[in-house]
Design a binder for this molecule. Structure first.
Ligand code: UDP
Length: 361
C-alpha cells in the first residue's frame, strides 16, 4: 500500500525547466524525471498539471504551453556568472502563469535550476517543492537556493548526498533521489551483442571523448545516443578519433533508446562534472545493462561496484578499459533487479509523495 492511501489527493503544479521544450532533449534528465513523476503521481489519483516552454510534448501528459525565450543552461556558465534573462523570458512567463493559477493547487513542484523560482518563493501563497537537479554551478543561484533552504526548511530536494555536498548548505538539503524507471517500459536482455553504449547530452561536461577513446582501445563498437548540445565539441571528437568504432544513433525516444541500449554489453558514463544523479544509469539497469562509471557524483551512489557495474578512477581511460574487460563478471539480472526495486518509478513515487505531504502540512 502506498503512503497516500489515507491521505487527501494532491493537486500538483509542475514547473518545467526553462532551457528547452520537453521532448527536445535540451533539458537532459529532468525531462524523463518530470514524465515519470507526473505519471506515477497521476496513477495514485493525484491531479497533475505541467507548465513548460512552448513546443513541449510528453505523450499522454497535457502541458500548459508557454511562449518566450529559453534560458541559458547553468552548466555552460562560470561560477561568478551574473543572472541573465533574455527579453520575453520563458522562465518569467512560466512563473507568471503559475502565479495566476496557483489557487487551483496544493503545491508547486519546481524543476528549474535557475535564480528566479527561488527568488519568487516567498511571493507565492502555497508551498514550493524545489527539485534541484544539479550541483553548485553559479554562486548567485547557490545564494538564492540557500535563502530558501533557510526560510522554508525541507523544501530543497536534491538527488544524491554527493550533489548536496557541492553546496555550502548541504545539511539543509533533503536527499530525495533523482528519478525512478518504469520497468515495463524497458525490456530485459540476457544475451547482449559485442557493443557498448554511451547515452546523454553531447556536451563537454559529459566527456564523451573518454568513452570514444576506450572504444578505440578495445575495438568494441560504441553506440552513442543523445542530443548534440554542442556541435563544435562533437565535431572535435570525430576529428580526434577518426578510427574509433563509434556509431551515432541520434536523440532517441525512450522506446527506441531501450531497444538499442539493451543489446549492449555495458554502458559507459564518463562525466567530468559532479553529475547530480544520472538517469541513464537506471535506464541501463532496467535493460539488464551494467554501467561502468567514474567514481564521482551521482553514479558512484547508484552503481554497486562489482554487482551492477564498475566504479573506476575518475578521468582514467585505462580504468574504463580494464572494467570493460571484466563486464562478463556481472550478472545482468542483478541490474534489472535494481531497476525493479530501489530505482523503480513506484519506489521513487513513495519518496516524492511523502516529501510533498510533508511540505503541505
Ligand atoms: N536520452 C534520451 N534519448 C537519447 C539519449 C538520452 O531521451 O537518445 C535521455 C535519457 O533518457 C535521460 C537523459 O537523456 O533521461 C539524460 O539524463 P541524465 O540524468 O543522464 O543527464 P543530464 O542530461 O540530466 O545531465
Amino acid at each position: 500500500m502506498n503512503s497516500s492511501f489515507f491521505q487527501p489527493k494532491l493537486k500538483v503544479l509542475i514547473l518545467s525547466t526553462p532551457v528547452g521544450a520537453l521532448g527536445s532533449g535540451l533539458g537532459g534528465g529532468v525531462e524523463l524525471t518530470i514524465a515519470n513523476l507526473a505519471r506515477e503521481l497521476r496513477s495514485r489519483g493525484h491531479i497533475i498539471d505541467i507548465i513548460a516552454p512552448a513546443g513541449s510534448e510528453l505523450g499522454d501528459l497535457s502541458i500548459v504551453q508557454i511562449p518566450g525565450k529559453l534560458q541559458l543552461t547553468a552548466q555552460t556558465q562560470e561560477l561568478a556568472a551574473s543572472i541573465v534573462m533574455p527579453g520575453n523570458p520563458v522562465l518569467a512567463n512560466m512563473w507568471a502563469k503559475a502565479r495566476e493559477i496557483q489557487h487551483n493547487y496544493d503545491i508547486i513542484f519546481n524543476t528549474a535550476f535557475d535564480w528566479l523560482p527561488f527568488y519568487l518563493t516567498p511571493f507565492f501563497n502555497l508551498p514550493i517543492a524545489h527539485f534541484v537537479s544539479m550541483g553548485s554551478q553559479i554562486a548567485a543561484i547557490d545564494l538564492a537556493i540557500e535563502r530558501v533552504a533557510i526560510d522554508f526548511p525541507g523544501t530543497i530536494g536534491v538527488c544524491t548526498r554527493t550533489q548536496a555536498k557541492t553546496f555550502s548548505f548541504a545539511d539543509l538539503c533533503c536527499v530525495v533521489g533523482g528519478s525512478g524507471v518504469d520497468p515495463a517500459v524497458y525490456e530485459y536482455c540476457e544475451t547482449p551483442e559485442d557493443a557498448l553504449a554511451w547515452l546523454g547530452r553531447i556536451s563537454p561536461e559529459k566527456a564523451l571523448e573518454d568513452a570514444v577513446a576506450a572504444a578505440e582501445r578495445t575495438g568494441i563498437k560504441l553506440k552513442i545516443m543523445g542530443k548534440i548540445q554542442d556541435p563544435d565539441y562533437w565535431a572535435q571528437i570525430q576529428q580526434d578519433y577518426p578510427h574509433a568504432p563509434i556509431e551515432y544513433l541520434g536523440f532517441l525516444p525512450t522506446h527506441e533508446l531501450q531497444k538499442s541500449l539493451r543489446t549492449c554489453r555495458g554502458m559507459l558514463m564518463t562525466p567530468r562534472w559532479v553529475e547530480a544523479f544520472g538517469n541513464v544509469a537506471i535506464e541501463a539497469f532496467a535493460c539488464g545493462v551494467p554501467v561502468i562509471a567514474y567514481r564521482r557524483g551521482g553514479p558512484a551512489e547508484i552503481i554497486t561496484d562489482g554487482k551492477t557495474g564498475f566504479l573506476v578512477e575518475p578521468d582514467s581511460v585505462d580504468g574504463l578499459v580494464a572494467a570493460i574487460d571484466r563486464l562478463d563478471e556481472i550478472d545482468r539480472s542483478d541490474c534489472r533487479h535494481a531497476a525493479e526495486t530501489v530505482f523503480s518509478q513506484s519506489a521513487w513515487g513513495d519518496i516524492m509523495e511523502s516529501w510533498l505531504y510533508q511540505l503541505i502540512k
